[in-house]
Design a protein around this ligand. Structure first.
Ligand code: HEC
Ligand code: HEC
Ligand code: HEC
Ligand code: HEC
Length: 444
């Protein structure tokens, strides 16, 4: 386990799926690398000790035989109650275990997005019912590959479901959402960059779960509104004209109204009668600030070496046969633009991959080189010579013809924000893209 996350009570580790890939179908040319990475992840999970995991649509994208082979080789504890392949269930419906004097049942529920041709998903409620009848427990966890609304509808039928963990939706729910059955819903998000750590205490006789941070969150909000009202009142008192006083007065009544609502919510939350189990969830960033686990780091280095060895190191550059010229062909005539570009992160996007040994990684190269998103650009990481990093033609379009005859062949003069979104896709970039602040940094 990760240093600093030592828990007091029993620890249960689950994964709600899409570990091996983020999408249900992977392209043929990506497959070898995806399998190599899946093997790495399976080895790492075996080392970490996972209690239960769902085979999501992005896992089955590798094909059932590969997923089964990895599951067997690395004893991956898959659960999938409503997955049928070739007339049988490839994985157990649920796992049941005792830990720290409490019993746990973890059930897997697949959604409709899986595309493995030999498999289909069956009705989830019947599958969950059968599992819960066979293995009742103090804590029932459903790992879900469904949509969030489907999770909400499913849980409503099962009072004993404590927690639903969704691994399918991009939307991340750090703060648990209350379910109609008294349980809680969490959503893991999509990039594997964080670990959700939920601490809980069971209360004897309780049937309802509550977010233990609700009171603290509401109280924090109330305090911030109170400060706001005090500030506004002071400004109102200091105002020198009637119009300002009236405007500030309106704002004061607005926040006073909010305060009344908040006090009511706080009181309702504090008064909630009957015993309840308490849970608090937080996300821990698995970034550079956490030291690498040495044994896992060794596995990662070995897998990267394998990927590197399997890729053709250098093939003919896409420049030779295609419409691209490479940024170095532009600098002579557009020195000012080239100088500005040279100072941006785009100019060192390839170096970023080299630093972590990811330059042969097919999952990275498309956005960290020039032209890979274009039909006639480089199609594999071995063909990028002269097109490394996000060069001029990533934004202005292919330029070979323009270089040969500048006045007659026009380039894209003002790249639009939609073009940026090809790479700043809201997912891989951490959702940071904001045209208003990003565009000014690249114009020259
Ligand atoms: C031999 C000199 C030369 C080279 C090499 C050259 N350009 Fe140009 N470029 C020009 C001239 C001349 C213009 C037209 C300027 C004008 O109309 O004011 C131009 C215009 C442009 C424009 C403005 C839009 C347009 O078409 O008028 C862009 C963008 C541009 N070039 C990008 C590039 C890129 C990218 C490369 C490298 C692939 C490149 N240029 C290589 C000479 C060159
Ligand atoms: C071909 C893919 C691609 C396109 C197209 C692209 N970018 Fe980028 N952009 C990147 C990559 C990759 C990085 C990160 C480079 C690195 O740090 O290694 C980046 C980084 C940036 C950064 C620096 C962010 C930071 O805080 O460090 C800005 C700003 C930016 N891009 C703006 C834009 C704008 C605006 C557009 C459209 C006009 C655009 N980009 C088009 C791939 C692209
Ligand atoms: C869909 C396009 C895309 C793909 C694929 C992609 N990146 Fe990026 N990457 C970006 C963009 C855009 C940024 C700039 C994000 C920003 O700062 O706004 C970026 C930034 C980065 C950064 C700078 C730090 C950070 O996290 O923002 C690193 C490191 C990085 N990418 C590594 C990788 C690696 C390794 C892969 C392959 C596993 C990869 N990228 C695949 C688009 C992509
Ligand atoms: C991340 C995207 C991006 C990259 C990479 C990029 N540019 Fe641009 N470039 C722009 C944008 C956006 C504009 C339009 C600025 C504006 O609105 O006036 C522009 C404008 C230009 C113009 C026209 C300037 C004018 O005054 O009309 C030229 C020429 C040009 N770029 C050349 C280059 C060259 C050469 C490179 C590579 C060394 C390069 N650009 C790389 C986004 C980019």
């Amino acid at each position: 386990m990760i240093e600093g996350l030592r828990a007091e009570g029993p620890v249960v580790v689950v994964d709600a799926g899409n570990l091996f890939a983020g999408k249900a179908v992977i392209r043929a040319e990506e497959r070898d690398q995806q399998v190599a990475k899946a093997r790495l992840l399976a080895q790492a999970y075996a080392l970490a000790g996972v209690d239960a995991m769902l085979p999501g649509a992005g896992d089955l994208a590798l094909g059932l035989p590969t997923v089964r082979e990895l599951a067997t080789a690395h004893t991956l504890p898959y659960v999938a109650a409503n997955l049928e392949c070739g007339g049988e269930r490839p994985f157990p419906a649920y796992l049941h275990f005792e830990r720290g004097g409490q019993s746990f049942t973890v059930v897997g529920v697949m959604g409709n997005s899986q595309k493995e041709p030999t498999c289909h998903v069956t009705e989830p409620a019947a599958a969950v019912r059968a599992a819960l009848e066979a293995a009742p427990a103090d804590v029932v966890i459903v790992l879900s590959g469904q949509k969030l609304q489907e999770d909400e509808a499913l849980a409503a039928a099962f009072p004993s479901v404590s927690l639903v963990v969704n691994g399918q939706e991009r939307q991340q729910l750090e703060q648990p959402r209350a379910l109609a059955n008294g349980g809680l819903l969490l959503s893991a998000g999509s990039r594997g960059k964080q670990l959700g750590v939920m601490a809980f205490t069971l209360t004897p006789g309780a049937t309802v779960w509550r977010d233990g941070q609700v009171l603290a969150r509401l109280a924090e909000q109330r305090d911030s509104y109170r400060t706001r009202v005090a500030e506004l009142k002071k400004r109102q008192a200091d105002a020198t004209d009637d119009a300002s006083r009236a405007r500030l007065g309106k704002q004061v009544s607005f926040f006073d109204g909010k305060l009344v609502d908040l006090e009511a919510s706080l009181k309702a939350a504090a008064d909630e009668s009957g015993p309840a189990h308490r849970a608090t969830n937080r996300l821990v960033d698995l970034g550079a600030e956490l030291a690498d686990h040495p044994a896992t780091a060794t596995l990662v280095a070995a897998a990267k070496a394998l990927i590197e060895a399997a890729e053709p190191v250098v093939t003919e550059s896409a420049i030779a046969a295609g419409p691209f010229a490479g940024s170095s062909a532009c600098t002579g005539c557009h020195a000012d633009q080239a100088k500005q570009w040279g100072g941006t992160a785009h100019a060192s996007a390839w170096a970023t991959l080299v630093k972590t040994n990811n330059e042969r990684d097919r999952a990275c190269f498309s956005c960290h080189v020039t032209g890979a998103l274009h039909p006639d650009g480089p199609k594999d990481p071995g063909a990028v010579a002269g097109l490394e990093s996000v060069g001029c033609e990533a934004c202005h379009g292919p330029g070979k013809a323009h270089v040969a005859n500048p006045p007659t062949v026009e380039m894209i003069a003002k790249p639009a924000a939609e073009l940026c979104a090809g790479c700043h896709d809201g997912k891989q970039d951490g959702g940071r893209f904001d045209p208003a602040s990003y565009l000014p940094q690249v114009v020259h």
